[in-house]
Design a protein around this ligand. Sequence first.
Ligand code: UDP
Ligand code: MG
Length: 312
Amino acid sequence: MADRKCSIIVSVYNEEAVIEQFYKTLTEIVAKLNYEVEILFVNDGSCDNSRRLLDGFAAADKRVKALHFARNFGHEAAMIAGVDNANGDVMICMDADLQNPPQLLGQMLEKYAEGNDIITMVREGRADGGLYKRITSSLFYKAINHLSDTQLKPNASDFFLISKRVADVLRNNYRERTRFLRGFIQIVGFRSTTMSYYAPKRAAGESKYSFMKLAHFAFNSLVSFSKAPLKLGIYSGLIFSLLSISLIIFSLVMWIVDRPVSGYTTIIIFLSAFAGVLLIVVGIIGYYIGFILDEVKGRPIYIIESINTQNK
Ligand code: UDP
Ligand code: MG
């Protein structure tokens, strides 16, 4: 199988603390693989020493390609840039912090050789983050599965393998500005399978995802996969219509029996509840319009500043 080429795509954002250890571990492992290997580091606008380190790897190792973004575009953009620029028959996306164990690459490629086009790596345990990360991640998958027509595997990760033909689908047909790549690979079809793994602690350095960044990512992914929040307007409209009909009937009856309701409290409660729900619904619609605007503007998903490799 050595005539087959495997591209390993690694997103790197300020990983100077861990990248050398990662590269060393990775190269030891890929040396044993029966594939020609290309290692594609996507430097997502790091402002630390990562760039220099990656250029060093590329200068010394002809399998390495260092792709530098013009600024930080985010992990998803880095992965899609990797897929766009990889020229393997099969490609594997992974993080640079050794939380996606390179030791599993061999098994993943075996499953690919058995005829699978997609291998989703499902995290069955994690050494970092503890209860908080576990709960938020499980809530996220519950929400997305409840609200969208597709069913995503809980704890799917950004560690996955795809064949060239799946990569071609991502390259040509999934160019949305708001992306959720690990979701996309679960809805494109093809023969796919999963493997579970245990995510160890970050080998060094710090997580790049703050709570706010994660919440933002979760909400964007939800919008990318579901139109259900837009229905809130219809449901709350129905509830308020029913409520107002009852109030009208009640007020009319009281008027007929000559005991008109003194309405201040009713009006205030009704109006403020109505205004609250209305504004939330408008906000949700606004959020979706924002996404449409992003699509219409058609700005690039990422901008490459330079590519450093010995193979021009
Ligand atoms: N990453 C990236 N761009 C970003 C944030 C993160 O390319 O804006 C990379 C980061 O270098 C790492 C991977 O994405 O290789 C996962 O990030 P991290 O380990 O910080 O996330 P966590 O594992 O804590 O969810
Ligand atoms: Mg990590």
